[in-house]
Ligand binder design. Structure first.
Ligand code: SF4
Length: 315
């Protein structure tokens, strides 16, 4: 008997698309082109300090806007990752040894850029016993020393192959925000994030808050990878059970044809629905728009996050 494919009733734009075709990029995915004076200044400082950024390595669509404002997300511990997630543009392979001077150069760049809030992330370093936790801690301390007024957000790997000491090392260095992205719904982990474990990542976030209840915890997912609304709502419930404060949701964009395909473009109205649902579940802050990325507008969001906590404590 022939396998009849029924039209997708929930997402009619998918109904007549062959399985391997990419959906057309919609009008709401529009970004500022790189090239402003501010963009060039940011680029020169990053190049001058020989630093890597996730903005460039991941091919982030917001780089024109963020860099024109001097906002760059530092990526430490090299440009080679030990994992091979199907959504990510960072190269997979055998990383180089850690650069002991990198924390100082990151701190110098933060001071040069005059950042009031910095996001520091890294590749996965499963080759290191502590997953790079001490390097994160050294970077936090260097920024505190060089730019004491700057608030610090770390977007860390999952430290899956390390003992609990790795997380404790990062938390003890006292970042202001502890961010770790769940990236997608658990059912898509085998194809999207094959080296990771959903419940381990959730537990990492929960444990960070237990170790230091003054920390803000933050996590994000991409949509348009093949998940459904019910799955996204379940992730929100899981995150709230882990006491996560801040949720980000953004549209997945395929960096190259070799990467995971875009299943669909989620509409701005659906994003607004996710934001409303997430606030209803008790998150302190939610950012859910097509161009939301975990570090997009992170400084302004941090101010709002602090205000939201104070308001909740006061209320
Ligand atoms: S959203 Fe984040 S990763 Fe993208 S350009 Fe802005 S700071 Fe960089």
């Amino acid at each position: 008997m022939r396998d009849l494919k029924l039209p997708d009733q929930r997402h009619p734009e998918k109904a007549h698309r062959p399985d391997n075709a990419q959906p057309k990029k919609p009008a709401w995915i529009r970004v500022k082109a790189p090239g402003s004076e501010g963009y060039r200044e940011t680029r020169d400082i990053i190049r001058g300090q020989k630093l890597s950024t996730v903005c460039e390595e991941a091919g982030c669509p917001n780089v024109g806007e963020c860099w024109s404002l001097g906002h760059a997300t530092m990526m430490i511990m090299g440009e080679i990752c030990t994992r091979g997630c199907s959504f990510c543009n960072v190269a997979t392979g055998k990383p180089e040894a850690l650069d002991a001077f990198e924390p100082g150069r990151v701190a110098h760049a933060v001071a040069q850029l005059g950042l009031k809030h910095v996001v520091v992330t890294s590749v996965d370093r499963d080759d290191l016993d502590d997953g790079g936790a001490e390097h994160f801690a050294q970077t936090i301390r260097a920024i505190r020393h060089r730019a004491p007024a700057t608030t610090i957000e770390v977007l860390v790997p999952d430290f899956l192959k390390c003992g609990p000491a790795a997380l404790e090392t990062v938390v003890a260095a006292k970042p202001d925000v502890f961010n770790h992205n769940l990236e997608t719904v658990p059912g898509l982990y085998p194809e999207v994030r094959p080296g990771a474990r959903y419940f381990h990542s959730l537990r990492l976030l929960q444990r960070a808050k237990e170790l230091d209840p003054s920390l803000f915890t933050k996590s994000g997912i991409m949509v348009g990878l093949g998940e459904d609304r019910q799955g996204v709502l379940q992730v929100m419930d899981d995150m709230r059970a882990a006491d996560i404060d801040f949720l980000t949701i953004g549209q997945y964009l395929q960096p190259t044809p070799k990467h995971h395909r875009v299943d669909r473009f989620v509409t701005p109205e659906e994003f607004a629905g996710y934001e409303k649902a997430a606030y209803g579940k008790g998150f302190l802050m939610v950012s859910a728009t097509p161009l939301t990325r975990s570090s997009y507008h992170a400084g302004d969001d941090f101010d709002r996050l602090r205000a939201a906590r104070l308001a909740r404590l006061g209320g």
